[in-house]
Write a protein that binds this ligand. Structure first.
Ligand code: SAH
Ligand code: SF4
Ligand code: F3S
Length: 460
């Protein structure tokens, strides 16, 4: 593993400024998880660094880049649909450059499909290639040939990529890249490559910069943050890293995702209990509530282990809330397996659940497992799961009413004149207040709830 530092490419900036009469505009759209959104922010940073302006509409752009997600079939179909819709734009504007990057671009069959069926796509590069974008653009401008890079993994971490963050008060901060877990349904390890951790000093420097710039919420990112530190020179684990970051003075809070139940440690939970900067919320994807299926998924924990962890967290961190991801309809899921999932969901009492119907990913082990549950049965199970979860969440949300809490104001509410804020436990509350509170902490008295959104009054 090599650590390299991004450097401004003056030559590329020169070529681009000579090529275009006025500064060219780029439209960058990211799909998928926060990791990908953060990559998109860095792609924008690199483009600005070499002289591009950014625009919000594809029609205004000289460069359109889709930063894609491959986690489910639906995500891929959407991207192909959106790329297809650009054909007309390219005909009207032949100089338009269209590019595709991110997780889909790290699949051979996708690159092949783009080569064969989407001749107007000029540029394809994978998740590890953000720092190479300036030279790719220059090559395209000078040689006029399509550049469709074959998927390859680069054992490097590039530090100091410029960044254009979407928010001025909430920031994503990757602490590691890739995944080594190979859950049998999941494409991520194939497209994102092997796990690699950033050095603590680099993370700390970026973190400090964010706090100094006034960021209030910093979310640490990794596919399995609890295995942070593997392969680093110094001996450090995720809880140590949290303690290191929390030593930075300032008014901010930290979230992190994702924790894998096989690696989430009691030390981590003790750290959440001890550090006021850490939110009292844990996203701990369980995927399903059947030991038989958890083994087939290659998850390396049992329902009992998972529930023990939840119980420990509840005892150590009063008021802690949980969220999870669930896959419904994994190959071979029986009604009994599914009942196990419902049972577990009831036992834990999640504040939020992200639910997915299993999607077959070519190249993963589960794609070869027999899957004879009819689609209708899967959608039916999904509806039953959502009904159970809705009731649980509404109960938990109502139980919050009456408290006065500190929230980070992060957007507008649904009613005119209201703002929306997020509690430490990840719930949202809407309340009437002045716009100037945006991005600030506010004290709110919780007065009621509409479905799973709290309603409140701003306490000055
Ligand atoms: N590394 C994280 C998140 C990975 S992707 C973790 O382990 O939790 C986010 C979620 O997408 C996963 O938790 C899983 O619930 C879901 N997912 C991944 N592959 C899927 C597939 N093939 N079909 C349906 N859902 C999937
Ligand atoms: Fe996919 Fe499993 Fe890795 Fe998460 S931990 S990214 S679900 S392989
Ligand atoms: Fe999708 Fe890649 Fe994230 S596949 S979920 S964008 S890691």
């Amino acid at each position: 593993m090599e650590y390299i530092t991004y450097e401004h490419n003056a030559e590329a900036a020169g070529v681009i400024s000579r090529f275009y009469e006025t500064p060219p505009l780029a439209y960058v759209h990211s799909y998928g998880c926060q990791q990908n959104v953060n990559d998109g922010e860095r792609i924008k940073g690199v483009l600005v660094d070499i002289g591009y302006g950014l625009c919000d509409k594809p029609e205004d752009a000289d460069l359109i880049l889709f930063n894609t997600c491959a986690v489910r079939e639906h995500a891929e179909q959407r991207v192909f649909g959106n790329v297809g819709a650009l054909k007309g734009l390219k005909e009207k504007k032949p100089g338009l450059m269209i590019g595709l990057c991110g997780c889909m671009a790290n699949q051979k069959h996708v690159v092949e499909k783009l080569r064969q069926s989407y001749p107007y796509v000029d540029l394809v590069f994978g998740v590890d290639g953000i720092d190479t974008l300036p030279e790719l653009i220059v090559r395209k401008l000078e040689k006029h040939k399509r550049i469709l890079l074959e998927p390859a993994q680069r054992p490097v971490i590039v530090e100091n990529l410029p960044i254009r963050r979407e928010s001025e008060f909430r920031a994503w901060l990757p602490i590691m890249y890739g995944c080594d877990n190979f859950c049998t349904y999941c494409i991520v390890p194939y497209v994102r490559g092997r796990e690699k951790s950033r050095r603590p000093a680099d993370i700390l420097a970026e973190f400090r910069g964010l706090v100094e710039a006034g960021y209030k919420e910093i979310t640490l990112l990794g596919q399995n943050v609890n295995s942070y530190g593997k392969g680093l020179e110094e001996s450090i684990d995720f809880a140590d890293l949290l303690n290191l970051l929390c030593s930075v003075p300032g008014d901010y809070h930290i979230r992190f995702m994702t924790s894998h139940p096989k690696d989430a440690s009691r030390k981590l939970i003790d750290t959440i209990a001890a550090q006021p900067h850490l939110c009292k919320h844990l996203h701990l994807p369980v995927q399903c509530g059947s030991d038989r299926l958890l083994a087939k998924m290659n998850r390396h924990y049992t329902v009992e282990h998972y529930l023990d962890l939840i119980e420990y967290a509840r005892a150590r961190v009063p008021g802690i809330t949980f969220s999870s991801d669930i896959i419904v309809g994994f190959p071979g899921e029986t009604e009994e397996d599914f009942q196990g999932t419902l049972d577990l969901v009831r036992k834990v009492g999640y504040m939020q659940l992200f639910t997915f119907i299993y999607s077959k990913r070519e190249g993963t082990p589960a794609a070869t497992y027999p899957d004879d549950t009819p689609r209708q049965e899967k959608t039916d199970r999904m509806a039953r799961l959502l009904a159970v979860q809705d009731e649980i969440a509404m109960g938990l949300v109502k139980a919050q009413v009456g408290q006065t809490v500190r929230v980070l104001v992060e957007g507008y509410g649904r009613l005119e004149g209201t703002l929306s804020g997020r509690l430490d436990n990840n719930l949202t509350v809407e309340f009437a207040a002045e716009d100037s509170l945006m991005g600030q902490y506010a004290m709110v008295h919780l007065t009621g709830a509409r479905a799973t959104v709290l309603l409140g009054e701003w306490v000055q």
